[in-house]
Design a protein around this ligand. Structure first.
Ligand code: SAM
Ligand code: SF4
Length: 331
């Protein structure tokens, strides 16, 4: 089991399959992109499957989410999903994606054993999308969402990050779009994880701001916190304009949920991180390539989780942004 010194157990593994991306969302990457990891440093498909296998068999991992960078850019993705779905015990597999390419891949991914997807969508306005993500790909994302729902990758969740003066007027249209199609919208507070270090606490759109915006058009009824578990979203039943459904608001900065965190992360180059904001990593790739057996890898992994800090400390004056940006850590 993966236990830390604060009584938490990690059972939810986030695996980054690449640090590359075909968008440049401004809260994540600079318009010119980043210096990508050299290919030999990336875990191979076999290495990913082996590490997920150790996690599932020896360390109590029950959920695996593939992410990035953009995981749909990873050529071996469908095969990785199929091979990890076949592990015993089988983990629940999900994917966080920007949706570009999902129109083609949703059905094969479902057939390979993927259960669910989260698709990132911050705007429904083509011009705003182009400004925010520096690419003209809104239609691809919307097509991808539709394909995910048709393929049964449900519940389809939509992740949105709102930024002041950019897309903060889109909370209601985004929620309406999701309710009309049976997707669950989740609004995530912007975190200091962009490579450009442009995040500012004073100007971020908070969870309370999102709630206030949504309340202008919908009635929001909090769902009991028991329904929340270790999932970070504060969930609400919503009703308005002839529509009803649910919405999640993720107050990662203003109301951190570190005390209930059950996550551990594996970067595309095989480093274990016990937190998005960790400043240390533990090198499983070196162990793997140095000939370590599964028991040694499991021990190294368990040691990395034991040292997890109690919280991310974004509000501490001494807070330091991690060296790697979100796209390299795996969001
Ligand atoms: N490319 C995929 C995507 O966009 O869904 C997967 C990787 S992305 C890093 C994962 C999630 O992190 C996305 O929902 C994205 O909106 C979110 N994200 C990226 N940078 C963020 C930041 N600075 N604060 C909050 N969320 C962020
Ligand atoms: Fe790419 Fe996802 Fe980062 Fe946007 S948030 S630049 S889609 S990795």
């Amino acid at each position: 089991m993966l236990r830390d010194g604060h009584g938490r157990r990690a059972s939810d593994l986030r695996v980054s399959l690449t640090d590359r991306c075909n968008l440049r969302c401004s809260y994540c990457m600079p318009p010119e992109g980043l210096e990508w990891l050299p290919k030999p440093e990336l875990l191979t498909d076999d290495e990913v499957v082996r590490l997920v296998g150790v996690g599932v068999r020896d360390l109590g991992i029950t959920e695996v989410r593939y992410t990035g960078g953009e995981p749909l850019l990873r050529r071996g993705l469908v095969d990785i999903v199929a091979r990890t779905a076949a592990l015993d015990p089988a983990p629940e597999l999900s994917l966080t994606t920007n949706g570009i390419g999902l129109a083609r891949l949703a059905a094969p991914l479902r057939a390979a054993g993927l259960a669910r997807v989260n698709v990132s969508l911050d705007t429904l306005d083509r011009d705003v999308f182009r400004k925010l993500a520096h690419r003209d790909r809104l239609t691809d994302v919307l097509d991808g969402l539709e394909a995910a729902a048709s393929a049964g990758l449900t519940p389809v969740k939509v992740n949105a990050v709102l930024m002041r003066g950019v897309n903060d007027d889109e909370a209601v249209p985004l929620l309406r779009y999701c309710l009309e199609r049976g997707y669950e919208a989740r609004f995530i507070e912007q975190m200091p994880l962009d490579a450009q270090h442009g995040w500012q606490r004073a100007t971020m759109v908070t969870a309370d701001d999102v709630h206030a915006r949504l309340a202008e058009a919908f009635t929001l009824t909090p769902l009991p916190s028991a329904d929340r578990g270790s999932a970070p979203a504060e969930r609400f039943a919503v009703e308005g304009g002839g529509l009803r459904g649910g919405v999640g608001i993720i107050a990662s900065v203003t109301r951190p949920f570190c005390g209930a965190c059950d996550r551990v992360r594996l970067t595309a180059d095989g480093q274990v991180r016990n937190c998005l904001f960790a400043r240390e990593e533990s090198d499983l790739r070196a162990a793997l390539r140095g000939g370590a057996d599964d028991a040694e890898i499991a021990e190294r992994w368990a040691a990395a989780v034991r040292g997890k800090k109690a919280g991310h400390g974004i509000d501490d004056p001494s807070f330091l942004q991690p060296d790697r940006p979100m796209s390299a850590i795996g969001g």
